[in-house]
Each structure stands twice: as C-alpha cells, then as structure tokens.
Design a protein around this ligand. Structure first.
Ligand SMILES: Cc1ncc(COP(=O)(O)O)c(C=O)c1O
Length: 395
C-alpha cells in the first residue's frame, strides 16, 4: 500500500471496494498511476470519461468558466446554465423540452420519480428486476439488487418489479395507480442486458393504456454510448422523462431529468431544488461535452468501433471455454465468463489495462467513445491473455 492509499484507508469511510491502483492523471483513454505507469482505461469511471479523460474542449470550458463564475444559485438566471439546457434539449428525443438539473445519476432519478408522482398524483412506480438506478432512497427503492437494498430498509413504499424484457409481467403490475414505469433501455450494472427489439414499444403501449408515464434511465446508455445518441432510439420509443448523467459533464458531476413540457409544468417553484443544481461550472462542462459529442459524431464512432470490438470479443469467446457470452451494443459491451473474474481484473491491471466488472463473472467494457482502434486491440490482447491464464489454471 502506498502512502496515498494509506491516507484514503485511514480517513475515508469504507464505502468503496478498492482496486490497488492510485490514478493521478488521465488523457483520452489512458490514465497514469503515481509511479508514472500507464494504463488503458476501459472502465472510464464506469462510463464517465465518455469524451476521454481531460478532453481539451472540456478543460478549456471549465477553466474559462472557473475564472468567470463558479457558483450561481438556481434562483438567479445564468448564461452557462441557459446555454447548457438549450443544448441538452436540442439533442434530447423530440418532445422532451424541459430540463431539471441535478448533480449525479441518482439525483436525476429522484427528480424523475418526483416529477412522475407530481404529474400523475399516483403512488406506484414499477421498475425492473435486475435494475440499477442509484443508491439514494428513491432510486434505491427502484433498484433490484438485495445487496444494496437489504441493509437499509425500510425503503420507500409503492415500488414493484417487473421481469425485464417481458411485457406480460409488466401488464400485470401497471394499473391506475402507477405513476411511472422506470427502466434502463439496456441494463448496465446487471451485466449489459439488451432487451428483445420490440420490448420497449410494448412498454410504451402498456404505459399509455394505463395513463402511466415512461421514465427511461439513460444514465449509462445515453450520449452515444450504444451507437445512437439515446438507446431508446434503437427502438423508436420516446419516454415522458429521461435521465442523463455519467458522461454528461465530461467528468464533472452533473445530471438531468429531461421531461415533456406537460410533465415538467406540474412542478411548482421551490418543490424540487438543490443548492448545486445548475452550477455554472458543471453547465459549462456539459455544453462543451455535448458540442464535442455532436461535432465529432461520437454515436456513429461508438457504433463503428463497437461492432469491431464486439466481433473481436466474440472471436476470443469462441476459442475460450471460460467465456459464456458476449453482449451489448455500441461501446457498451460485456463478456460473461463461468468464473469469478476478480483475479483476472488484477492481472489485467498489472498488465496495464483497467476493466470494469458487472457482477462477479462479467467483464464490462465502457471505454471512452474516442478510444483508438489500436488501443482496443491492445486491451483485448491483454484480456485474452488473462482469460487464457485463468483457463490454464482451472481446466
Ligand atoms: C442506469 C443507471 N442509473 C443510475 C445510476 C446512478 O448514478 P450515480 O452513481 O451517479 O448516482 C447509475 C450508475 O451507475 C446507472 O448506471
């Protein structure tokens, strides 16, 4: 343990399970540790460094904004905030014209839940088995994994779970007291689960039939990650409320619930605010990030590179019996194995590659959308090597 690790262990509450790596610098798809060793980053803070670490446009925007104005409460107007919301609406699915800003993913989900309840005056939220929406009480109540829920009960009332990908199961749960159905277009945390192609069209119909809103949580799937700006666009479905965060600020904390005018106007001034929401620094970062994504067609790049990367992963899978399945869309990919991958993650780190996991047995790949093909190839060489080593030790 180095001195930085010791300090964190001494003074930080043990909230995170840590990897033995101290990251002190990043650029694009590369991060460096405190000894100067270089790592290829396929985790990107779980999808946050979507435009790459220390993206020049983001760095310029926050530097200029920091010198001008860092904080401005939402009860005043601000140029950085106004511009950012305009840009977000411009890229949002058609009909979603109002932005409620937040500081994280979980807060964006809280905002969406409150908007839905306020608009419909109904009490129930139906989310999905396997869902992950965050760890504050509202979003935790809509999160499936017992490991996150059980130590913190009682959670909020009125939350139910449908079988993901099964419209029948949803039909049985959605009724006249359902404020909203809340779902990830592709489930991230539970292993990059892509639903059947017609599923979300059916979900939309079920919601419409019962007068329930549809909230799509695009926190992990959004901003081009899956090969389209929003994953919902793969299926031509428009939600009533969409949540966005992770890559939205180029690494700076920011999130948003984006809603139809109709839904948003149910909210009265003062009912849902927070001190930092709409912070000028985050908004400047958000504007620079959105500009970068659109100017460089990152959704198109994610599609192209993602297809190649998925093909390479499938090739690895076909020659290693340790691998069970390869899944995903764009640059949101997963490789499920038959074993706990912790040791493989550590071996990859030693070889200079950072991979994320989804559950114990699945590699999750959320590289920056600016990653170079040569970097993908290098990362996958290491992946194949660590899988091969693990296989040799077991079979
Ligand atoms: C789909 C989804 N929703 C919500 C969240 C929560 O975001 P945060 O960790 O910023 O609170 C995450 C985080 O991984 C997520 O993937």
């Amino acid at each position: 343990m180095n001195s930085i690790e010791e300090l964190e262990e001494t003074f930080g509450a043990p909230a995170f399970k840590k990897f033995p790596l101290t990251i002190v610098r990043g650029k694009g798809s590369v991060v460096w540790d405190d000894t100067g060793k270089e790592y290829l980053d396929f985790m990107t803070g779980i999808g946050v460094a979507l435009v790459g670490h220390a993206n020049d446009s983001v760095v310029r925007a926050i530097t200029e904004q920091a010198a001008k104005l860092i904080t401005c409460h939402g009860s005043f107007y601000n140029d950085a905030r106004a511009g950012f919301m305009e840009k977000l609406v411009a890229v949002a699915p058609k009909g979603l014209g109002k932005v409620l800003l937040a500081n994280s993913g979980t807060e964006s989900v809280e905002a969406a839940i409150k908007l839905a309840k306020r608009h419909t005056a109904r009490k129930k939220i139906v989310s999905m088995k396997g869902a992950f929406h965050g760890k504050t009480y509202g979003s935790l109540s809509a999160t499936w994994n017992k490991k996150y829920r059980d130590p913190f009960g009682p959670l909020l009332e009125g939350f139910e779970f449908a079988e993901y990908g099964d419209p029948q199961s949803l039909t049985q749960l959605v009724d006249e007291d359902t404020a909203a159905v809340l779902a990830e277009p592709i489930q991230g945390e539970s292993g990059i689960i892509v639903p059947p192609p017609d599923y979300f069209r059916q979900v939309r119909e079920i919601c419409d039939k019962k007068g329930a809103l549809l909230i799509l949580d695009e926190i992990q799937t959004g901003l081009g990650r899956t090969g389209k700006m929003w994953a919902s666009q793969h299926w031509g479905v428009v939600p009533d409320i969409m949540t966005v965060s992770k890559g939205l600020g180029g690494g700076i904390p920011v999130g948003a619930a984006v809603a139809t005018d109709e839904v948003a106007k149910s909210l009265k001034g003062g009912e849902h605010t927070s001190t930092f929401a709409g912070n000028p620094l985050s908004c400047a970062a958000g504007s620079a990030t959105l500009d970068y994504i659109t100017k460089n067609d990152l959704p198109g790049k994610a599609k192209e590179k993602g297809e190649k990367m998925k093909a390479s992963l499938s090739k690895i899978a076909s020659s290693h019996k340790l691998v069970k399945e390869v899944r995903g869309l764009g640059l949101m990919l997963a490789m499920q194995t038959r074993v706990d991958i912790h040791n493989q993650l550590l071996s990859a780190l030693k070889a200079g590659v950072v991979f994320a996991y989804s559950g114990r047995d699945t590699f999750r790949f959320l590289p920056a959308l600016v990653i170079e093909e040569s970097q993908i190839s290098k990362g996958l060489e290491v992946l194949e090597r660590v899988i091969g080593e693990e296989e040799a030790s077991r079979f």
